[in-house]
Write a protein that binds this ligand. Structure first.
Ligand code: COA
Length: 387
């Protein structure tokens, strides 16, 4: 297997895009990534595109071919493949690109993610997202994603004495980080009172405990490490890629507030990279709801079960803390265009390692990303490091 490096990144603004279409968003992110790597479209050997549900959000299927066409690659007949694993589609697209390069099958590969969610109303969005859970056992019974994560939060708070204020602090921290990120959907700082006084979505989760509905795209260029310096002076090396699955329905889990797939993927990634938790300088975790960040920190093994609320309250997970979590603003404040999120996480870690993160810069040599599909049925973890 060859070692793999990221040599180009690009991300659109995340938010509501009324004047840019799905294809415009993809082309913008792709062009930024190619420009960053100093290459043209003809040099791309293959594309992997993370997308959860263009069929329902914009009534468009056959996304791989559409993307190749609107990226100007149709006449080159560049292979382009859609990758779908609900909200983990982006992370999985990156993993597929890395596997293609590592295997020696391809040399210059673009991994991208794109979602255009705001062309339908909230009800339709929430119903589409519910397709990432078990439709027969959960969706048809009325369990939406806010509802499912509310069950996780209720169980967790009862068993681990997490306070409502500690949970709110996750959103406060991520909004403080998002305020420093020019691509973030929400760039206003908030207080614990903002969260506690926001409207109830699914008890105990309130509006500010939820990631929003978002349009956006992100892309990265992946090449063999041995060729990386042909493209950039600052390549970022992939140290590990790990993926794990679990039951799709929450009620089939051993423990509904522990994501066993996160435990499995996190352990495997650290083992592959031959690293300890203390070696990780920052982590971008899948905070689709505030409780998800609490579970992720623990299930990735950064602390024992029941401790992440206290660590969050004490500022350990803040930008200037011992373990910065979601310096990009996370899904909560940066936004969550579901197919693009996993690639945006890679872009953030690459920016941090390169020292190009501006006002949210953290001293980083090694960073981890954690991308979740559904309530934890698919988890993808990557570790990236400076060359
Ligand atoms: N956090 C903070 N503010 C938010 C927000 C969020 N998550 N979502 C919307 N808002 C704000 C909007 O900016 C808007 O503010 P304004 O009135 O100042 O313009 C206001 O709240 C109303 O926005 P609207 O789009 O009407 O919200 P909504 O009530 O239709 O939807 C949720 C809110 C929480 C139901 C929706 O964002 C949601 O379903 N989120 C979860 C998405 C999800 O499940 N993703 C997959 C996870 S695995």
């Amino acid at each position: 297997m060859r070692e793999v490096a990221v040599v180009g990144i690009g991300c659109t603004q995340f938010g509501e895009h009324w004047s840019a279409s799905f294809r415009d968003l993809f082309v913008e992110a792709g062009a930024l990534a190619l420009n960053d790597a100093g290459i043209s479209g003809e040099q791309i050997d293959a594309l992997y595109v993370g997308n959860m549900s263009a069929g329902r959000f914009i009534e468009q299927e056959h996304i791989g071919a559409l993307i190749a066409d609107y990226a100007g690659l149709a006449s080159n007949h560049t292979p382009s493949t859609r990758v779908e694993a609900a909200c983990a589609s982006g992370g999985l697209a990156f993993r597929q690109a890395a596997i293609a390069v590592a295997s020696g099958m391809e040399d210059v590969v673009v991994a991208a993610g794109v979602e255009k969610m705001t062309d339908v109303g909230t009800g339709a969005s929430v119903d589409t997202l519910a397709g990432a859970a078990d439709r027969e056992w959960e969706g048809f019974a009325g369990a939406t994603f806010p509802g499912l994560y509310a069950m996780i939060a209720t169980d967790y708070m009862h068993r681990h004495s997490l306070t409502r204020e500690q949970l709110a602090q996750v959103a406060v921290k991520n909004h403080a980080n998002g305020a420093r990120n020019p691509i973030a959907q929400f760039r206003q700082e908030i207080t614990i009172d903002t969260v506690l006084n926001s409207s109830l979505v699914a008890d105990p989760l309130r509006l500010f405990d939820c990631s929003p509905i978002t349009d956006g795209a992100a892309a990265v260029v992946v090449v063999p490490l041995e060729r990386a310096r042909e493209f950039t002076d600052a390549p970022v090396r992939m140290l590990a890629s790990a993926q794990a699955s679990d039951t799709i329905a929450l009620h089939d889990r051993r423990d509904i507030s522990t994501l066993d797939a996160t435990i499995a993927a996190g352990r495997r990634a650290l083992k592959l990279a031959r690293l300890e938790h203390a070696d990780i300088d920052l982590v971008e975790v899948h905070d689709c709801f505030t409780i998800a960040e609490i579970c992720a920190i623990e299930d990735l093994g950064f602390c024992a079960k029941g401790e992440a609320g206290r660590l969050t309250e004490e500022g350990v997970t803040a930008r200037d803390g011992g373990l910065p979590v979601n310096v990009s603003g996370g899904l909560k404040a940066c936004g969550h265009p579901v197919g693009a999120t996993g690639i945006k996480q890679i872009c953030e870690v690459v920016q941090q390692i390169r020292g190009e993160a501006g006002r949210r810069q953290v001293d980083t040599e090694i960073g981890m990303t954690h991308n979740v599909g559904g309530t934890g049925a698919t988890v993808v973890v990557h570790i990236l490091g400076a060359c």
